[in-house]
Design a protein. Structure first.
Length: 255
């Protein structure tokens, strides 16, 4: 069988010996997930659930696979079932938060993110995800708190440093925003978004030439970064360099 190793074969053999072994079906799903055969994964988890309807791990893992398949309504249903069976399953709360976020239900997603963090403070990504949800809901001060939590857990989380900078800039706290963007760049010099974010902050305080330098770095890292091209045009326009600005705007429109 293509892509199946000896350990996977052993799992399949266990099912042949005892087709009513829910754990074997769960393990088959895990093995198939590693092979990226996601539809078959769902079938395996469904079989485990059929045998053992209160098998929280199967519901939990099924929700994660459905997220992978972008079937978010079904993922939400599976997450909710896992939580009903095991209310302290931080991973299920995580999956629920992701599903709600993808469905545009940002406030509910924020509540789920909070619960996941409460149950397991090591969920660094949850602080980040909650922060993203709060930005979309324009709850900027709370978003900063969430990004700070993520950074506290993982100080090298450059994406959280960048997002914190974006929110601080939105709030007009330019100096703090600059520190956050610089930290993101220090952690990952290849992160184009942080260079563009730094450019936005420099533009806000009237340092247009330095802003352009930052946008140029973002564009060097990602030539198809429409936002960086557009923002560079804004800074050029403020310097009266209208022809150059026009070319940047045209490039942004093409991307």
């Amino acid at each position: 069988m293509l892509g199946v190793n000896s350990s996977t074969t052993a799992i399949f053999k266990a099912i042949e010996i005892d087709p009513d072994d829910a754990t074997a079906w769960l393990n088959k799903g895990l093995a198939l997930y590693n092979l990226e055969r996601f539809e078959e994964v769902i079938t395996s988890y469904d079989k485990a659930i059929e045998i053992k309807p209160d098998y929280d791990k199967s519901w939990h893992n099924k929700s994660a696979t459905l997220i992978k398949l972008e079937r978010f309504e079904e993922a939400l249903t599976s997450s909710n079932t896992a939580i009903e069976i095991k209310p302290d399953d931080a991973g299920a709360w995580y999956n629920k938060g992701i599903s709600l976020e993808k469905l545009g239900r940002h406030e509910e997603a924020s509540i789920s993110h909070d619960k996941a963090i409460e149950l397991n403070p090591e969920y660094a990504s949850e602080g980040y995800n909650k922060g993203i949800a709060l930005i979309k809901f324009e709850r900027f001060e709370e978003a900063i708190i969430s990004f700070n939590k993520a950074i506290e857990i993982d100080p090298d989380d450059f994406e959280s440093w960048y997002c914190k900078g974006v929110v601080l800039e939105e709030l007009g706290r330019h100096e703090e925003a600059s520190i956050s963007h610089d930290k993101a760049i220090e952690l990952n010099p290849e992160y184009a978004e942080a260079w563009s974010g730094k450019g936005t902050t420099l533009d806000s305080i009237g340092k247009y030439e330095e802003a352009i330098t930052s946008y140029d770095k973002a564009i060097e890292l990602n030539p198809d970064y429409a936002g960086a091209w557009y923002n560079k045009g804004i800074s050029l326009e403020k310097l009266g360099r209208y022809e150059e600005a026009k070319k940047c705007f045209e490039k942004s429109d093409q991307l």
